[in-house]
Write a protein that binds this ligand. Structure first.
Ligand code: HEM
Length: 409
């Protein structure tokens, strides 16, 4: 028990996140019950409603993340539901995504897709994305005022994934539409974990499978061809590729969008930091934005055997929730964690995961996108101002902003 938390308290209750991330409650847990039994589970979709261990300290989140043999990712499946539209068993379908795989299966897929995320592949996108970021900021300037999320934060993450995979220009509008539907962007009340956008997910998978089949027959100079072209062990099958694109559309899209929206909100409410950013553009800013925002509040694992974590006994089959949002405010690791400090260095935050095999594949791409967007804003919209309170996503899993009214100049 954690004496500071009321009976029945639940870190996955989406209503808890309606106005804020429950940082004081995380702090209470870190101090008195760092591995805490969260008996009720309301808000994160899974295959049942049993409780789980809430892991709140930085060191423990890292430990679970780096012990995949004891804490399985395969035994959880909680990304997005879609299988009814593709005629597969839900859980089996989830396990076609690497996020829900364990080594050695995960190692095989990760080694293949990593080819698309080398520093060179990411750098190759920089010029195109810089130009896009500039155009996005210029368009917003013409508008004068509006919703920062729709006007600025949405587009670049989608363009980045489309560029990376080599989605033809003519198909992008459709891809963006499916991705937005999938993450429930059109619906203010729903979050990603609820049963929405399943048809869009199925359409996206079908599209990506077709693209893969085309390129396998007729390779081009793009990532798809490099991942699927030759038959055999070293490549993805076309359905594996389909699910990989689905994962990118979920994992690389709303995460980065929310980092950008929260980053802007943090700058607008910390004018000294915006002033500093405009003047010096410190290279450390993007990582602090991700720490501050922690777009992914938590992920889960399942214990594969009876084990122990910081003196707490965990039984085989029990689930653990890794609360990155809590780890990123752990005073054992961060001086003044409550301070938004874009010069923070070192900054060993866990916003991209706690290390280990599932560490965010798109981290360097995400950091580059955040840098490019804020450079473009500092150049084109230096006097941007807040014009209303942000409207938050109702979700215990994603720390999201749905709408952020601003004046651009
Ligand atoms: C995994 C966060 C951007 C692709 C993850 C994980 C987190 C995360 C927390 C899980 C780590 C774990 O379980 O240990 C973020 C944040 C982002 C971001 C906060 C933006 C600020 C991206 C982008 C892409 C991407 C841009 C790709 C275009 C992935 C993939 C995985 C992943 C494929 C699964 C890796 C695996 O299972 O091996 N991300 N991510 N992410 N991310 Fe990201």
């Amino acid at each position: 028990p954690c004496p500071a938390l009321p009976e029945g308290f639940d870190f996955t209750d989406p209503d808890l996140y309606q106005h804020r991330v429950p940082l004081p409650e995380f702090a209470a847990c870190r101090r008195t019950a760092p591995v805490w039994w969260n008996a009720q589970r309301r808000g994160v979709a899974g295959f049942d409603d049993e409780g789980f261990w809430a892991v709140t300290r930085h060191a423990d989140v890292r430990e679970v993340s780096t012990r995949p043999e004891d804490f399985s990712a395969r035994l959880n499946t909680s990304v997005i539901r879609f299988s009814e539209h593709i005629g597969r068993d839900e859980i089996e379908a989830q396990r076609l995504m690497m996020l829900n795989m364990d080594p050695p299966e995960h190692t095989r897929v990760r080694q293949i897709v990593q080819r698309g995320f080398t520093p060179r592949s990411v750098r190759a996108l920089e010029a195109a994305l810089r130009e896009r970021a500039g155009a996005i900021a210029a368009r917003a300037r013409e508008r004068g005022s509006g919703d920062f999320v729709a006007d600025i934060a949405c587009e670049l993450p989608l363009q980045a994934i489309a560029e990376l995979i080599g989605i033809p220009q003519d198909d992008r509008a459709r891809i963006f539409d499916w991705s937005n539907k999938m993450i429930g962007y059109d619906d203010p009340e729903l979050a990603i974990t609820e049963e929405i956008g399943t048809e869009a997910a199925a359409e996206l998978i079908a599209y990506a499978m077709n693209l893969a089949a085309d390129r396998a027959k007729c390779p081009a100079r793009d990532i798809v061809s490099r991942l699927v072209a030759a038959e055999g062990e070293g490549n993805l099958g076309s359905d594996e590729f389909g699910f990989f694109v689905l994962l990118l559309a979920v994992a690389g899209n709303e995460t980065t969008r929310n980092a950008i929206s929260h980053g802007m909100h943090a700058f607008l409410t910390h004018p000294d930091q915006w002033e500093l950013y405009r003047r010096e553009r410190p290279a450390t800013a993007a990582e602090e934005i991700v720490r501050w925002a922690t777009p992914v509040v938590s992920f889960q694992r399942t214990a594969t055997r009876d084990t122990e974590l910081s003196g707490t006994r965990i039984e085989a089959g029990q689930r653990v929730g890794l609360f990155y949002a809590s780890a990123n405010h752990d005073p054992e690791v961060f001086d003044t964690p409550e301070k938004f400090d874009i010069t923070r260095d070192p900054n060993p935050h866990l916003g991209f995961g706690g290390g280990g095999p599932h560490f965010c594949l798109g981290k360097s791409l995400a950091v580059m996108e955040i840098d490019l967007v804020f450079h473009a804003i500092a150049d084109a919209l230096p006097d941007i101002q807040l014009a209303g309170e942000p409207r938050r996503l109702r979700s215990a899993w994603l720390n999201g902003i749905k709408e952020l009214r601003v004046r651009y100049a």
